[in-house]
Design a protein around this ligand. Structure first.
Ligand code: MN3
Length: 203
């Protein structure tokens, strides 16, 4: 079974004006498709690993054949990260995290605004290409970042609650070098409804 590009859960222009249509078209139909295609190509000679789920491949990245580790972490990681990322955003803009998560943000970060500041700072500080993540470790929320297409499950953590792509391809057409402005605007399209569901499953 080959890996497949998932459909976007909204139209390419649905995140306007914060994320522009052209960026979404290229990001989904070229970049994400490219990760899927290269992942399938890398697995072509390995029928036994074609049967494994993407999560299985990434969680066990270090026990894959040496030749597969690089291509799977880059392209499998890219496929996994983007598949999550699309669902972490929504056309239903400016959602509120809701009372339960607001309480958790208060407990773990001193408040929602503090959390946003810390997450934004982590995303801004990624050198080159990578991601900022919100994960749960031992019942507490924690902000981390990763390089390239690495992600929390490759490090033995649970699926992330929230992730932000800070590769230049995610924002350069609209924001050029202004990553901070991209990050600030991205908060308007965060799918808090989805993140609440994930929290209930993962905590
Ligand atoms: Mn990307």
């Amino acid at each position: 079974m080959k890996h497949q590009l998932p459909k976007l859960p909204y139209a390419y222009n649905a995140l306007e004006p914060y994320i522009d249509e052209q960026t979404m078209i290229i990001h989904h139909s070229k970049h994400h498709q490219g990760y899927v295609d290269k992942l399938n190509a890398a697995l072509e000679k390995y029928p036994e690993f074609q049967k494994k789920s993407l999560e299985d491949l990434l969680k066990n990245i270090n026990s894959l054949p040496k030749e597969l580790q690089g291509p799977v972490s880059k392209n499998g990681g890219g496929h996994y990260n983007h598949s999550l990322f699309w669902g972490m955003m929504t056309s239903d803009k400016n959602q509120n995290p809701g009372n339960e998560l607001l309480e958790i943000f208060k407990k773990d970060f001193g408040g929602f605004e503090n959390f946003k500041e810390a997450f934004s700072a982590e995303a801004l500080s990624v050198f080159g290409s990578g991601w900022a993540w919100l994960i749960i470790i031992d019942g507490a929320l924690k902000i981390i970042s990763s390089q390239n297409q690495d992600n929390p499950i490759m490090r033995g953590n649970k699926e992330p609650l929230l992730g932000l792509d800070v590769w230049e391809h995610a924002y350069y057409l609209k924001y050029q070098n202004r990553r901070a402005e991209y990050i600030q605007n991205w908060w308007n399209v965060v799918n808090w409804e989805k993140i609440n569901e994930s929290y209930k499953q993962l905590r």
